[in-house]
Design a protein around this ligand. Structure first.
Ligand code: DX5
Length: 223
């Protein structure tokens, strides 16, 4: 498994009264990218970050931003999140009538296309768009909220995605309930990009310890 392990914190649990400083703290803690959980209150029953929030923070940190668009009809918003400074844009397969066209649109805008699969969505949804993808996100919770329990039955699906992506230049990301007790299973199954929110913020030893520990556990599982 040659792809490098990357830690991508979700800022969902961050203190929004000082969101810029929270992103700087994540960067200082050694994360590889920052994931913005964008929710529209329709695709998922929660409402979060607009592009202007992300754009306001973009100049203050250097790490890559990825937009996880948990929205209906994402095509209408793609350019807004790319212009806000997101280098990776992830759409949900379940929200795209024409996924092939949407992924090509993200690439045309200059960002890396990603697709997210909800727990019920089969891995083979990606079969005919693999050449367009820079990342597949296997959801290990049902999207909408942080702090949920990891769905371990997604591990065979992660492995199936990894098998489908053999020969393709594409990361495999997992998101939901990723922490010290669950990261090894997801990484061993094939994930190399780990999204974590509550587990990072919950670590009593602080963010830097949490990030380093998660990375070490994932690397050990993929060795
Ligand atoms: C669900 C969100 C969460 C979040 C991470 O829609 O995508 O998975 O990023 O949440 P934790 O790490 O707290 O499960």
């Amino acid at each position: 498994m040659s792809r490098p392990v990357e830690i991508a914190p979700s800022v969902l649990p961050a203190d929004y009264s000082k969101l810029g400083a929270e992103c700087v703290a994540l960067q200082d803690a050694g994360v590889d990218r920052i994931q913005w959980d964008v929710m529209d209150g329709v695709f998922v029953p929660n409402l979060t970050f607009g592009p202007d929030v992300i754009a306001s923070i973009r100049p203050h940190v250097d790490v890559v931003f990825e937009a996880h668009l948990m929205v209906v009809e994402p095509d209408r918003l793609l350019h807004r999140y790319v212009e806000a400074g997101c280098g990776i844009v992830i759409v949900h397969a379940e929200a795209c009538t024409h996924l092939h066209r949407t992924l090509a649109h993200i690439a045309e805008l200059g960002a890396t296309p990603g697709v997210a699969l909800n727990p019920h969505t089969p891995a083979n949804v990606i079969s005919h768009v693999r050449d367009l993808l820079g990342m597949v996100l296997v959801m290990t919770v049902n999207p909408g909220f942080g702090g949920q329990a990891y769905i371990g039955t997604m591990e065979p699906k992660i492995a199936e995605v990894a098998s489908l992506l053999e020969g393709f230049d594409c990361d495999i990301e997992v998101d939901g309930g990723i922490g010290p007790d669950t990261v090894a299973g997801a990484a061993a199954a094939g994930a190399n990009v780990l999204v974590s929110g509550s587990a990072l913020y919950r670590d009593p030893a602080g963010l830097e310890h949490a990030v380093t520990d998660l990375r070490q556990r994932a690397e050990a599982a993929r060795a």
